[in-house]
Design a binder for this molecule. Structure first.
Ligand SMILES: [Fe+2]
Ligand SMILES: [Fe+2]
Length: 204
């Protein structure tokens, strides 16, 4: 398998790991006795928002998708749908951020709504990545020629200019930070405090 496909799949695994962690912690936070560390949720949302936006989608939209449609016009409907999902995903993250604020301010109802929104987002994003891996990447492997792959790999490497490289490292740092902050079994951070069942919003 070529390097470009491996890079995209590796990036999917990273996004997937954070989504899985986010789902798990949102479920944990449903307990009335748990006091969640909201910073972990904020860092996770930042990761699943900015990593695709800044590093992952540009590789797909500007390099892989464009070349695929040129070689295989029949892929256009699929590419259009995937690009529309990139835009839709960004909107859904804004919604998740609003739900997180409501959760932090509002307590019980907010916790439930946040979990529902996280589940819906994770399903949406997993479906998107699955579609890319099971429909788009096989089409690309079938129709793109060696010259295309060389150009795509060059473009991905050029993406690692000094600025992009800083971003890549920033995201690795953010990923490590999430792993250090999140409690087990998601990460290595301190367990979230337990107390009497809360009746007031957080911080009161
Ligand atoms: Fe995508
Ligand atoms: Fe992707």
């Amino acid at each position: 398998m070529n390097e470009a496909i491996l890079i995209l799949q590796r990036e999917h695994r990273g996004i997937s790991a954070v989504l899985l962690g986010l789902k798990h912690l949102a479920e944990m936070a449903q307990s009335e006795r748990i006091k969640p560390e909201f910073q972990v949720f904020r860092s996770m949302l930042r990761y699943i928002d900015e990593y695709p936006e800044k590093l992952h989608h540009p590789k797909e939209d500007e390099h892989l998708f464009v070349r695929l449609v040129r070689r295989a016009p029949q892929a256009k409907a699929l590419v259009d749908a995937l690009q529309a999902e990139h835009v839709e995903g960004a909107k859904r993250i804004r919604e998740l951020e609003r739900k997180l604020m409501f959760f932090e301010e509002g307590g019980r109802a907010g916790a439930r709504e946040f979990l529902q929104a996280v589940d819906a987002y994770a399903d949406f994003h997993w479906m998107h990545m699955r579609k890319e891996e099971t429909e788009l990447l096989p089409l690309a492997e079938k129709h793109l020629i060696a010259d295309d792959w060389r150009a795509i790999e060059r473009a991905f490497a050029a993406n690692r200019d000094p600025i992009a490289d800083i971003e890549e490292r920033d995201f690795q740092k953010l990923f490590t930070r999430i792993a250090n902050l999140a409690p087990a079994p998601v990460g290595l951070g301190e367990p979230w405090k337990k107390g009497p069942a809360r009746t007031q919003p957080f911080g009161e």
